[in-house]
Design a protein around this ligand. Structure first.
Ligand SMILES: Cc1ncc(COP(=O)(O)O)c(C=O)c1O
Length: 442
């Protein structure tokens, strides 16, 4: 989008903003999401009638089918389905044995569940900065954050945007660090032609009901490393030893782990019903992702003249648009982001700031927090961690300017995109009115 002050917005009749008492612009309602097929419903019904609800490993036909399909699609050796995305990331850390105060360099600009598995595995997050346009982990800042206790890097492909995996893989290899990817918002995003989740030593994905690969509640871990897979298995799944075959009965289970087949594990296995949904939803994911991308292109094209927002670019990758993230240009608009979003919302646009407080400023991570006791509060205290003192200007800039729209437009719909864009155009044409409105509020 050009940032020239004089270019004109076109394509809509200007009229009074809904925020100021006018009629809303007629933005299409949020699409129904997620959508499950008749076939999936039939399979679920069959399993419920037959009662084959215990699935401890790939011997169960639906768990086996889900894990094979996901590993093939991700291009990884292994897939371990889990009960959630948090469980998948935790399983990855357990598989890699990142614990005991080890430091994991990670992003503060993400959903907390990218970081909480680090904390709940008795390791310490070390927050590096992000780039101010996309909000993705900045490799230069990662380099600077490496210290004697660093054992891993955990990167999040936020909003479906692929992070710079070339640079991060290089850093990890150079310093002997493990690399973990949080692809919870990015199933199918590619960096230089390769799907995220398959670059690092472990990739964790959420498949809760709002995600690109949506079930009810589920997740999966993918890895090319046998040791990571089997360590994760015995840490978080029922390995076997009962009447139902479990993971320890699978081909390749390492003999040196046999003494540790017990019940001292998290119960992070996926439900059989969600395994059915994983198989069925995956079959249509590529098409839905392509439609989201097409819709986003139409939308971006239609807001070409709107100078109050800039649109991030992706020279090295193909995002998948779990959300569309845009940057507000206060210097052009002359109003606050809060007022701008209020105007869009009044028109019916579901625009919001997904991350208002970055993780390093969260109250529960403060040294003397009054929050209920946790294992990590003590660990952070002992390590003398004071995240609030961190200066991360890229993160501050992204938080200040960024806003998002969830993007569950899984059918191609050019008409909906131009109606959505029309609301942005209407607000752009009425910036003067919003400036006066703000002045009156002062
Ligand atoms: C970036 C990110 N990481 C991790 C998670 C955790 O996933 P779940 O809710 O399935 O545990 C989420 C889900 O909201 C997420 O958005």
């Amino acid at each position: 989008m050009k940032a020239t002050e004089n270019s004109r917005v076109s394509g809509s009749a200007s009229h009074k903003l809904a925020l100021l008492g006018g009629a809303p612009s007629g933005v299409p309602p949020k699409p129904h999401y997620p959508r499950f097929t008749e076939r999936a419903r039939r399979h679920i019904d069959e399993v419920l009638r037959e009662g084959k609800m215990v699935g401890l490993g790939t011997a169960h036909p639906w768990l086996g089918a889900a894990e094979r399909a996901i590993a093939d699609w991700q291009g990884t050796q292994h897939c371990l389905t889990t009960s959630s995305g948090h469980a998948a990331l935790h399983a990855g850390l357990m598989g890699l044995q990142i614990t005991g105060g080890a430091e994991v360099i990670t992003t503060p600009y993400t959903w907390g569940a990218s970081t909480s598995p680090i904390l709940y595995n008795n390791a310490l997050p070390a927050f590096a900065d992000v780039d101010p346009d996309r909000g993705l982990l900045d490799p230069d800042s990662v380099r600077e954050a490496i210290g004697p206790r660093t054992e891993a890097i955990l990167v999040t492909h936020l909003y479906g945007q692929p992070a710079n995996m070339t640079a991060l893989c290089e850093i990890a290899a150079e310093h002997g660090l493990a690399l973990i990817e949080d692809g919870s918002q990015a199933h199918g995003a590619k960096h230089r032609g390769k799907r995220v989740g398959s670059f690092g030593d472990a990739g964790g994905f959420s498949c809760m009901g709002g995600k690109l690969l949506a079930t009810s509640e589920a997740g999966y871990l993918v890895t090319n490393r046998d040791d990571v897979y089997w360590n994760a298995v015995i840490s978080c799944q029922h390995a076997g030893g009962t009447e139902d075959p479990g993971r320890a009965d699978e081909e390749g289970f390492p003999s040196d782990l046999r003494p540790y087949i017990d019940s001292l594990h998290y119960t992070y296995r996926v439900s059989v019903l969600n395994a059915i949904l994983l198989v069925d939803q995956l079959a249509k994911l590529d098409e839905e992702n392509a439609n989201r991308t097409q819709n986003r292109s139409w939308f971006v094209e239609a807001i070409e003249g709107v100078q109050s927002v800039s649109v991030p670019e992706y020279p090295d990758g193909d995002p998948v648009y779990h959300m569309v993230s845009l940057n507000f240009r206060a210097e052009h608009a002359g109003i606050s982001k809060q007022t701008y979003l209020a105007a869009l919302q009044a028109e019916g646009v579901g625009a919001f700031s997904y991350i208002e407080v970055p993780l390093h400023r969260l109250e529960r991570l403060r040294p003397s927090t009054g929050a209920p006791r946790t294992m990590f509060a003590e660990r952070l205290e002992r390590a003398g961690m004071d995240y609030a003192a961190l200066e991360l200007p890229g993160c501050d800039a992204k938080v200040e300017r960024s806003f998002e729209m969830s993007w569950n437009w899984i059918d191609e719909d050019r008409e909906a995109m131009s109606r959505l864009a029309a609301a942005f155009i209407k607000v752009e044409e009425q910036l003067d009115a919003l400036r006066s409105y703000e002045r009156q509020l002062r």
